[in-house]
Design a protein around this ligand. Structure first.
Ligand code: PEP
Ligand code: MN
Length: 587
């Protein structure tokens, strides 16, 4: 087949450009991509024959219908070939050396501005400037060489234009998908003939514009006709018809092909009933196309060579291993690494998670984030929902605390960890934080474990204070069994007869767990001993004994901490610990 020419809006490094490459690569089709300045220009290039196919966004999970996309397809009788659902991975990019607090201008595509409203709202000192496309925004920032400017663009635009990343995952919701439509001109050309129906579509879909007069029940009647024909609606969105008071235009997508007699009959009925219909066309649905970041997400649980498990063999497992087959090292002898944004737990680096026991105020969490980041922490912790023994003690700031933690995490470029206490918090928490912590008191709350197992967020599972290692592994199995492979186990001290320390930090758990499970193991010396001055030696010990990382509590002013003040480290204490750790080799 001859090489295909494709039109898209933007320049190299834009989302549309990435979608095109991925779409054609999957089909083994060679293509040339020509960037145009506007959506309309893309349509014109296809109509005039300058391009064989075009691509336009038509719908975004956060911002809604991209009306220009639908309207251009309808207006020029363009023929849809395939819809591609694409995860929009937005990064804040700037020149090397720029920092989030120094940014004064942010360039972004208008749709992207809508998708990232929450994040942009946290950057009070920065002006957001609409820009024609994400690639051009990145290029302009690179050329300006001004550390006060940043662009929102896909990850691929960073290396392409030599920009560094200041923040990632900045859309209002991680499940931020845009539906792009690949389309052709009404005349079928040699080049486009082969595209339709290729690549084993999962299904066919049809898009149409529908106008109803302002008559009682007309929309209900439409929906009834579609329902009677067993047609599933995939989208229904309305907008007023300008100049025609009370008349509405509906954007409708449904599952099925207009050539299917059942569908054709239903559409005919609608026409006969005086409903204005403009069918844009039927097309393939391909959800298999993945953005680079999505591929990265799939590799979150990867295999890495494990050093000190040399000589390991399945006979080292106790008979109880049959209760936790997915957690057992036998199922993955090389070990799991859990990727959280730029951080990998279970890989080559010793990971330090630090932050306050509880988020108490914007100043408190921001100051702590900056201090621990400056000393080398790579993830930020902070409790917003606190499991307190005393019901009258500070219970945490709740969702407001989560928002402040997220703000501090973004400002310092660190993924965030926070505890989820109940099933009804799980969905929202999974949208707002990078790692869901299951606290010691909830380790055996099996319904909660199942609920977090259904999310795609990594889970930090703390050992309960009276749980055997077998029980910890069984708890991790609950999460794995639901399909979430990203579990980190955390030893945080157990109850013994000893009263000198808050708990007894069971460091022997580390080599035992590393032998029995492929999951990464962290240690929390703060809750383990509960006394500030004993935390430092235990951090050293945790690294020496083979943990993949530690979790510690840090506060700008420990005396004023609203929870766990006896064990809160000062910024200085934390800096000392980081220095100590740098001198200990990782096992
Ligand atoms: C915490 O990390 O703040 C916490 C409450 O920990 P744990 O569940 O280990 O007591
Ligand atoms: Mn605590």
């Amino acid at each position: 087949m001859a090489k295909i020419t494709a039109a898209y809006q933007g320049i190299e490094g834009s989302h549309s450009r990435q979608v095109l490459s991925s779409y054609f690569e999957q089909r083994g089709v060679e293509h040339t991509a020509n960037g145009a300045q506007t959506f309309r220009q893309v349509a014109m290039n296809v109509i005039s024959g300058k391009a064989d196919v075009g691509i336009l966004p038509i719908d975004n999970a956060i911002a809604g219908t991209v009306r220009d996309g639908y309207d251009l397809l309808a207006q020029y009788d363009l023929v849809p070939i395939s819809e591609v659902e694409w995860r929009m991975d937005h990064r804040l990019l700037a020149v090397e050396g720029a920092s989030l607090d120094g940014i004064r201008e942010i360039y972004a595509h208008p749709l992207v501005i809508q998708e990232c409203g929450n994040f942009l709202g946290t950057l009070v000192g920065a002006r957001v400037i609409p820009f024609e496309d994400t690639g051009a925004a990145a290029k302009t920032v690179a050329e300006a060489k001004d550390p006060a400017k940043a662009a929102i663009a896909p990850p691929e635009a960073g290396p392409l234009y030599g920009l560094a990343q200041l923040a990632e995952n900045i859309a209002d919701h991680p499940e931020n998908y845009t539906r792009f439509m690949i389309f052709r001109a009404p005349n079928l050309s040699e080049q486009t003939r082969a595209l339709g129906g290729r690549g084993a579509p999962e299904s066919r879909k049809t898009s149409m514009l529908l106008t109803t007069a302002h008559q009682k029940g007309q929309l209900a009647r439409c929906l009834a006709v579609l329902a009677e024909a067993s047609i599933n609606l995939a989208k229904l969105e309305s907008r007023p018809r300008l100049g025609k008071a009370w008349e509405h235009l509906f954007y409708v997508d449904f599952e099925g092909d207009q050539a299917d007699p059942r569908v054709a009959k239903a559409l005919d009925t609608l026409r006969k009933e005086g409903i204005g219909l403009q069918v844009i066309g039927s097309y393939d649905v391909s959800r298999s196309t993945e953005s680079a970041s999505e591929q990265a997400r799939d590799t979150q649980a990867q295999e890495v060579p494990v050093r000190h498990i040399e000589g390991w063999n399945p006979e080292l497992l106790p008979s109880s291993a049959k209760h936790w087959p997915k957690a057992s090292r036998a199922s993955k002898p090389a070990g799991t690494r859990v990727t959280v944004g730029p951080v990998t737990v279970g890989g080559d680096d010793f990971v330090v998670v630090a932050g306050p026991c509880s988020v108490e105020s914007r100043d408190q969490v921001m100051a702590t984030a900056k201090a621990v980041r400056a000393s080398g922490a790579t993830m930020l912790r902070g409790g917003a929902f606190k499991p307190r023994t005393n019901p009258y003690a500070f219970q945490g700031m709740g969702w407001e605390g989560v928002t402040l933690l997220a703000e501090a995490g973004r400002a310092t470029g660190m993924p965030i960890v926070s505890e989820v206490m109940s099933i009804d918090q799980v969905d929202k928490m999974a949208r707002e934080v990078d790692v869901l912590q299951i606290g010691a008191r909830n380790m055996q709350n099996y319904d909660l474990l199942k609920a977090v197992g259904k999310t795609t967020r990594p889970i930090l599972l703390k050992r309960a204070m009276s749980a055997s290692l077998d029980e910890v592994l069984a708890a991790s199995e609950y999460i794995l069994a639901e399909g979430n492979p990203n579990v980190i186990i955390c030893e945080r001290g157990i109850r013994t007869f000893e009263t000198a320390t808050r708990n007894t930090l069971d460091l022997s758990a580390v080599p035992v767990l590393r032998e029995r499970t492929h999951l990464p193991i962290m240690v929390d010396p703060s809750h383990g001993v509960g006394v500030r001055r004993w935390i430092r030696p235990l951090c050293r010990a945790a690294k020496a004994v083979g943990a993949h990382g530690i979790l510690v509590e840090v506060h700008p002013n420990p005396e004023e901490a609203k929870s766990d003040k006896e064990q809160a480290l000062t910024f200085d204490d934390f800096a000392q610990i980081m220095k100590d750790l740098s001198e200990i080799p990782q096992r």
